[in-house]
Design a binder for this molecule. Structure first.
Ligand SMILES: [Zn+2]
Length: 598
């Protein structure tokens, strides 16, 4: 059995999704308010038998457990796979770079370094960068800071960087791989960063892995980054870590901010253990990197709603760190950059009174509630108890249980009873980020032989690629198949495909390639088999959709759902039924299509 199959067998989708959404039973399935979009009536469903999920509401999408984690945590397939493998206690083939890969990386570091220097010199000397210089002066950056962080400017030109680097012997392909260029549909390439303030991003060893870029006017998006490359992975990057690492270790404390500006302003003012997380909170990878330097993490994130949501997720990482995280509470609407610039002593006193993350969440959750009313009491418990349940340390957990009981003026026993009702979730939450669950009996696997047959044909006969432009990735229920299908669109041969996808699915890929070999079939025959297979995939997709929708509908009627809800479900049902009829008609017109299955 391949490692990925082992992960699939050991992980239960209900456990995983249960950590992100309050699942309720609905017949054989489970339902919840969709964790991806905001809604009042649950249209998010989990199907334990098929180990899949679907949102019938605004998202109208679904997939397997990997697809869920990818969407929810913003991860690539490989990252989601690794996260779940860790949880399942499965060791995956490592992503250790072969020699060739190392050379490629070395080239990327070099081209990035050259670009950083080019941008920096432009900022200091070019007439065209006057606007950028004005801007950073207004932000209060000193000349030393500009040099220390090697800030730069990219000309408002389609090819200035490309020409400059080309003259210095860097190939266009390297520039493309590094994400410095973008390839247009017609195959022409042009500079990705144009007319922007440039922030080179370095890893802990000081190598330039990618760039952040800020617009100099009010246009959106305000920031763009390098795309994911073999040197740049946003979810694992900590801006400023090259300058802050030694200090973090020395002070045994790291301050995590949100943006480049915050970090630069902090360092300029002597707060040299500050780094930025490149997002609204830290990720598991970042927590693991920082843990090696210090376990004391202090979050100084913008106090907006996104920031709070992010902090909720961050609670789980306390178990990785085996330490309490703290939060610097910023004045409403201010970010660290503002506070530091306005009054450094004010910042210092805020930093000295950083509160434990969980106390902060208690405060944030209850500040808008009226805890004398029964409704708000139960609202507070609903939201806070799962957070308390996620704490591994029994003493700290007891502390916060008491705090919660006192806040809502309900006795400890009642709270404890609610906690034990949460218990299954409790142990799951813990295993997400700490110990793997190993004793689960293996479930039989859902077979996706049809998907794999389609892929086998597609991979062996690249000319099929042009035959079916309308084969959607959504038709693949298995994420690993979806991943292979997506990667195949971007490469031209199997070797590059292998390089592109995570090594953990190499075995799966090999099995697919080996599964079908036709030496004697004509290209028309191959084409026909392929078309038939796709048609079946498409039908399977809509049939599934239909069946699931039907179940929900029956459930809704049974539980006496409101007329509006039922009407809504009926409306949603129209599309797939029509689609299924169309597909059937197509098959009748092409009777040979039905016989070509393996
Ligand atoms: Zn949704």
């Amino acid at each position: 059995m391949s490692a990925i199959d082992e992960v699939k067998q050991k992980i239960d989708i209900v456990d995983v999704i249960g950590q992100y959404a309050a699942l309720k039973k609905a017949g054989r399935n489970l339902t919840a308010l969709c964790p991806f979009h905001s809604e009042k009536h649950p249209s998010f469903f989990v199907y334990p038998e098929q180990q899949s999920w679907h949102c019938f509401g605004a998202c109208n999408t679904g997939g397997d457990v990997f697809a869920f984690v990818m969407k929810k945590e913003g991860l690539e397939f490989g990252e989601a796979l690794r996260m779940l493998a860790q949880r399942a206690g499965v060791t995956l083939p490592s992503r250790v770079a072969p020699e060739e890969r190392k050379e490629e990386k070395e080239e990327l570091y070099q081209v990035n370094e050259a670009a950083a220097l080019y941008f920096h010199n432009l900022l200091l000397n070019a007439t065209a960068s006057a606007k950028a210089r004005n801007y950073i002066e207004k932000r209060g950056f000193t000349a030393k800071t500009i040099t220390d962080f090697q800030l730069g400017f990219s000309l408002d030109s389609w090819d200035a960087l490309k020409l400059y680097l080309g003259e210095r012997g860097h190939s266009e392909e390297t520039m493309l791989t590094a994400g410095l260029l973008i390839k247009a549909e017609d195959g022409r390439t042009y500079d990705r960063f144009r007319g922007k303030l440039m922030f080179p991003i370095r890893d802990i060893r000081g190598r330039v892995t990618g760039f952040g870029a800020r617009v100099l006017d009010d246009s959106l998006p305000k920031y763009v980054n390098s795309p994911q490359t073999s040197t740049f992975d946003k979810s694992g990057t900590l801006y400023g870590i090259d300058r802050a690492a030694a200090e973090i270790r020395k002070q045994d404390k790291a301050i995590i901010m949100e943006g480049y500006m915050d970090v630069i302003m902090a360092h300029q003012n002597g707060i040299t253990n500050a780094i930025a997380s490149m997002g609204t909170a830290i990720t598991e990878t970042q927590a693991n990197t920082l843990k090696k330097l210090s376990r004391n993490l202090i979050l100084a994130l913008d106090a907006d709603a996104a920031g709070e949501e992010a902090m909720l997720r961050t609670v789980g990482y306390e178990n990785i760190l085996n330490a309490e995280m703290r939060v610097i509470v910023l004045p409403e609407g201010k970010d660290p950059d503002d506070v530091i610039r306005e009054d450094i002593s004010n910042w210092q006193s805020l930093a000295n009174t950083a509160v434990p993350l969980i106390d902060f969440l208690f405060e944030k959750t209850t500040v808008k509630l009226d805890l004398t009313t029964a409704r708000d009491k139960s609202g507070a418990v609903d939201r806070l108890l799962p957070i308390v349940a996620a704490i591994n340390d029994p003493i700290r957990q007891a502390h916060y249980l008491q705090k919660l009981a006192a806040m809502v003026k309900v006795d400890m026993n009642t709270i404890k009873a609610s906690l034990s009702r949460l218990k299954p979730t409790t142990s799951r939450r813990k295993t997400l980020v700490s110990k793997p669950a190993v004793t689960r009996p293996l479930r039989p696997m859902a077979s996706n032989s049809r998907e794999e047959y389609c892929l086998a044909l597609l991979l062996q006969y690249p000319e099929l690629r042009s035959q079916q432009p309308d084969l959607s990735p959504e038709y693949f229920e298995s994420s690993e198949n979806r991943e292979i299908f997506n990667a195949w669109q971007e490469v031209s041969d199997i070797l590059s495909l292998r390089e592109r996808i995570d090594p953990a699915i190499h075995e799966h890929l090999d099995a697919i390639i080996k599964s079908v070999v036709y030496k004697t079939l004509s290209s028309t025959d191959i084409e026909r088999r392929y078309t038939a297979c796709i048609l079946e995939l498409e039908k399977q997709y809509y049939r599934n959709f239909e069946a699931r929708r039907g179940e929900i509908f029956a459930q809704e009627v049974e539980s006496g759902g409101k007329g509006a809800d039922i009407a809504r479900l009926q409306k949603e049902g129209i599309e797939p039924s029509t689609k299924l009829k169309e597909l059937d008609a197509h098959k009748k017109r092409n009777p040979s299509l039905g016989r070509t299955r393996r």
